[in-house]
Design a binder for this molecule. Structure first.
Ligand code: AMP
Length: 285
């Protein structure tokens, strides 16, 4: 069957219901498009785990703040559909903003607590937009399984919380961060980087390597590790630090001491481009 592109909620919901009625298992990968190998790794894994593989492509305005890059965010549905077809996607769901948020739209999903720190602190309202759109997409696509990247660690934690709290019958899988050969985590926003910024952005993955080395050598004091990383970043790049934190992987609360549940989370600005990366410090991804 050739790949199908669906743009309306009604058609997508009918298609999902029909698939479920015949016992098909629906696997879902939500994205904002401009697909890269990181997205494709989620789709390839998803292809193996169900019958109907649905990719959504929707640049969701409610998760962008004032002055963020909603208008400029890269969009290329034709290229994305071709890539999706190669990895065996059955349906691309690509609605318009008006289809998702029609006149009179008034409902939002807000996960409390864990959305307030880290990216939530520098992007107020961001996770409210994410959980709202993902909640809507779950209702439209009705997947049994949905795959997300560990790259957006806080997002994944927040989505797990939402599905538990709202009793949404979907299994959430977190997938490893896919990196460029030199270590930079793949991101649709990497296209914004100048050649010089692209080079400096390596400080993200290099910081992770340094933190892992310190932990392997016995360092457990979070403030010592964070201070070393701050030093490295300010001496080796022009990046502006948004945050560098060591947090508990579930509560996302900052930890004084590194333990089995610790995750290092970084967000740095290179010019106007904000990039994030993360790694567990004492467990495999
Ligand atoms: P986005 O299009 O940026 O909203 O990302 C869509 C999904 O792809 C999210 O679940 C991301 O966490 C995931 N993703 C983005 N970049 C990567 C990457 N480098 N490796 C693995 N997953 C990723």
């Amino acid at each position: 069957m050739p790949i199908q592109i669906i743009t309306t909620v009604a058609e997508m919901q009918q298609r999902a219901q029909a698939a479920r009625a015949t016992g098909q298992r629906i696997v879902f990968v939500p994205t904002m498009g401009c697909l890269h190998q990181g997205h494709l790794s989620l789709l390839e894994a998803g292809r193996k785990q169900g019958d109907l593989l649905v990719l959504s492509i929707f640049v969701n305005p409610t998760q962008f703040g004032q002055g963020e890059d909603f208008e400029d965010y890269p969009r290329d549905l034709r290229c994305d559909s071709e890539l999706a077809e190669v990895v065996g996607v059955d349906i691309v769901f690509a609605p318009t903003v008006a289809e998702m948020y029609p006149q009179g739209y008034a409902t939002f999903v807000d996960v409390e607590g864990i959305t307030k720190g880290l990216c939530g602190a520098s992007r107020p309202g961001h996770f409210r937009g994410v959980t709202t759109v993902v909640g809507k997409l779950f209702n439209i696509i009705q997947p049994q399984l949905a795959l997300f990247g560990n790259k957006d660690f806080q997002q994944l934690t927040v989505i797990r919380r939402m599905t538990i709290d709202l009793n949404i019958p979907v299994e959430i899988i977190g997938m490893p961060i896919f990196r460029e050969p030199d270590g930079l985590a793949m991101s649709s926003r990497n296209v914004y980087l100048s050649a010089e910024q692209r080079q400096q952005a390596l400080v993200l993955s290099q910081s992770i390597v340094e933190a892992l080395r310190m932990v392997a050598a016995g360092q457990t004091d979070s403030s010592v590790i964070v201070a070393a990383l701050e030093n490295r970043i300010s001496s080796k790049s022009a990046a502006r630090i948004d945050y560098i934190k060591i947090c508990h992987r579930l509560s996302l609360e900052e930890q004084v001491k590194v333990d089995e549940d610790s995750v290092l989370l970084l967000a740095l600005f290179f010019g106007k481009t904000r990039l994030i990366d993360n790694s567990y410090l004492k467990r495999a991804e």
